[in-house]
Design a protein around this ligand. Structure first.
Ligand SMILES: Cc1ncc(COP(=O)(O)O)c(C=O)c1O
Length: 380
């Protein structure tokens, strides 16, 4: 079956108890035993598992082409679970322009548990190779990176990882499995903030971990039920509902993204546009090779923080907010919003300038998005 069919039907079967075409929200914390030690369908307690979670996990494993998937209360909870596969003394190489929350989790929390982290430009496989240590156990890649849109060649990175027997983790949040399938390119684990495109409607938070190896799957399920960050029934229901339209939403996001990026690139007030779909992007060819489209995440530089703030205060259709991947166009200033936890010198090194604006292009009529951006750019 094709992607859109799978997104609508896999894990989204009618409710076996009633035939309801949409399975109900199993809003219960516990499950009654038929007789001592015997459960009707294997569910005993909602922290451990529940039907809405199981359904969503089945859909995700299918869409990413994995062996199994587990869902968590947020993207960060899922990513934290992946790092818990490690032991004190292990070393991880991460994309240097990683999401600010991942930077904070690793440098301010997990370092205290004896895990070592190096931040490297993963768009250059030779730099990753040179950063390997005898205790390196994981390479963690975000591609494209948030918010600088740097692209890593996943297949090349998988080769580097496999040569050293290291686990390759790819954060696929910015593109969703519709536009990029990292497991087909050799990734061992895929993570998502489902808060973004997978849900798509800005009404729930969630994280996903998709595995390819049964041994990782067992460990992640153990972490999920032991640490208790598994996703609740209502949120699973909302995200399962959102995924049904993922294919068609991503098509429109992608088309709008291309149109907006081209428009901004030609605008005299915009100093630089960061978007893998532009031929001037340094990894344009890699993006063309491994992505089904450039997506709808765009960053652009307005020169100074003052200019960026004047612009952000004038947008009307675009919503000034954290997050991305919703049907509505969202706009933000990474240096003081999503990436505020990153020290200034790190921001400067990786290109998060004070005037860098991040745009998550929604699926409104593109003419309306362009008109709003144009009127706000008059104030720059
Ligand atoms: C690329 C990326 N990964 C992970 C996360 C974390 O996800 P969540 O906010 O759902 O915890 C985010 C959040 O913005 C993100 O942009």
């Amino acid at each position: 079956m094709g992607f859109a069919t799978n997104a609508i039907h896999v894990g989204q079967e009618p409710d076996p108890a009633t035939g309801a075409i949409v399975a109900p929200i199993y809003q219960t914390s516990t499950y009654v035993q038929e007789e001592f030690g015997k459960y009707r369908q294997g569910y005993d307690y909602a922290r451990t598992n529940h039907p809405n979670r199981k359904a969503l996990e089945k859909t995700l494993a299918k869409l990413e082409g994995g062996h199994s998937a587990y869902v968590f209360t947020s993207g960060m909870a899922g990513i934290d679970s992946v790092f818990r596969l490690l032991r004190p003394g292990d070393h991880v190489i991460l994309s240097e322009a990683v999401y600010g929350g991942v930077y904070r989790l690793s440098t301010q929390l997990l370092v205290h548990f004896g895990i070592e982290f190096s931040f490297v430009d993963t768009s250059a496989p030779e730099l990753v190779m040179a950063s390997m240590r005898p205790n390196t156990k994981m390479v963690y890649v975000e591609t494209p990176t948030n918010p600088t849109m740097r692209v890593t060649d996943i297949a090349a990175m998988a080769k580097v990882a496999n040569d050293r027997n290291v686990t390759l983790v790819v954060d696929n949040t910015f593109l969703s499995p519709y536009l990029q399938r990292p497991i087909e390119l050799g990734a061992h684990i895929v993570v998502h903030s489902m808060t973004k495109y997978l849900n798509g409607h800005s009404d729930a938070t969630g994280g996903a971990v998709v595995l390819t190896r049964p041994e990782d799957s067992e460990k992640i399920y153990f972490i999920q039920r032991s640490a208790g960050a598994g996703l609740a029934p209502m949120d699973c229901f909302l995200i399962s509902r959102g995924i049904k339209t993922l294919a068609i939403r991503m098509l429109q996001h992608n088309a709008n993204g291309i149109a907006v990026a081209r428009h901004l690139d030609a605008h005299p007030k915009v100093r630089k546009v960061y978007y893998p779909g532009l031929p001037t992007h340094p990894q344009h060819e890699i993006a063309r090779k491994q992505q089904r489209g450039p997506g709808a995440m765009i960053s652009f530089d307005l020169g100074t923080e003052e200019a960026a703030k004047r612009f952000l205060n004038q947008v009307k259709l675009c919503s000034l907010a954290e997050s991305l991947g919703g049907v509505e166009t969202l706009i933000s200033l990474p240096a003081v919003m999503t990436h505020a936890s990153m020290p200034k010198e790190v921001q400067e090194r990786i290109g998060i300038t004070e005037g860098l604006v991040r745009l998550s292009v929604g699926i409104e009529d593109v003419e309306d998005i362009l008109a709003d951006l144009d009127q706000a750019l008059l104030y720059v």
